[in-house]
Design a protein. Structure first.
Length: 232
């Protein structure tokens, strides 16, 4: 069976089901409301695996699923050197969100990454410890700040409500996903003018580690044909 991992809940799951459904591949959750099992109709040999969006990159990298739908941000953040582990089959055109660096709106002298670097150096001199940036996107943010010459900071882990860490005094700045910008505004934060780390959307990925030597390769070709995608 060709295993395809799909987010198990929320907007990403619904929009993924819609995207496949519009192309003649029907996916649905089965069992009761809380049971994580699913079914695929319209194509033979495909098994639906419902997973947390955040776990799909790891499952692809391990080859435990052949295909997976998740955010492009999550693949880049969770997998070292991601193009060696997965290939993009299709950008799905939903799940859009920007990963950005934001600082308190009242920092009137800090509008760019250069300003942040200067502020971070001054912060360390004044406080004796490095300026803290709260995020759950450790790899993406670390690589982005290194590429852009920001050095004197430390990342602190925040797995949710990240915009609240500044008010709660556990960080001075944040790096998080934004879509409408409401959460940033409500928490008196502003995005640095050059602080866009990644523009994310949902992507259908193919595992490079999965076993493609059996019937799954034929199933993939049939699926790509059905979905109107170039053969993988
Ligand atoms: N407004 C938004 N807020 C959060 N994530 C968004 C938003 N819009 C799109 N996304 C995308 O959705 C994905 C995160 O989905 P989700 O929160 O379900 O994953 P998760 O971290 O695995 O969740 P959980 O751990 O609660 O199961 C990311 O790729 C993110 O970019
Ligand atoms: O720009 P906006 O439209 O306001 O959306 C962005 C917010 O949505 C997400 O949080 P989510 O509700 O998923 O909760 P989380 O804090 O647990 O990640 C994200 O982490 C931001 O906090």
């Amino acid at each position: 069976m060709l295993k395809i991992g799909v987010p198990s809940k929320g907007r990403l799951m619904e929009k993924t089901f819609d995207w496949f459904g519009a192309r003649g591949v029907t996916m649905q959750r089965t069992g009761n409301e809380r049971e994580y099992s699913g079914a695929v109709d319209g194509i033979e040999g495909v098994e639906l695996v419902l997973l947390s969006a955040g776990e799909i990159p790891r499952e692809l990298a391990a080859g435990r699923i052949h295909l997976g739908v998740t955010g492009s941000d999550l693949v880049r953040d969770k997998l070292a050197d991601w193009p060696r582990q997965v290939a993009e089959l299709a950008q799905l055109g939903f799940g859009h969100a920007d990963l950005v660096i934001a600082v308190p709106a009242c920092w009137i002298d800090v509008d760019t990454l250069d300003d942040l670097d200067a502020a971070a150096a001054a912060f360390r001199r004044a406080h004796g410890h490095r300026l803290r940036i709260a995020t759950k996107y450790h790899r993406l943010v670390r690589d982005f700040l290194t590429e852009n010459g920001v050095a004197d900071y430390q990342l602190v882990d925040s797995q949710g409500a990240t915009e609240g860490t500044v008010k709660n005094l556990t960080a001075e700045a944040i790096a998080d996903i934004t879509s409408s910008g409401e959460t940033l505004r409500a928490n008196h934060l502003k995005i640095l003018s050059d602080g866009l780390v990644h523009q994310s959307q949902a992507v259908l990925f193919r595992s490079l580690a999965a076993d493609w030597t059996g019937a799954e390769a034929v199933t993939l070709a049939r699926l790509c044909d059905r979905l109107g995608l170039a053969a993988a």
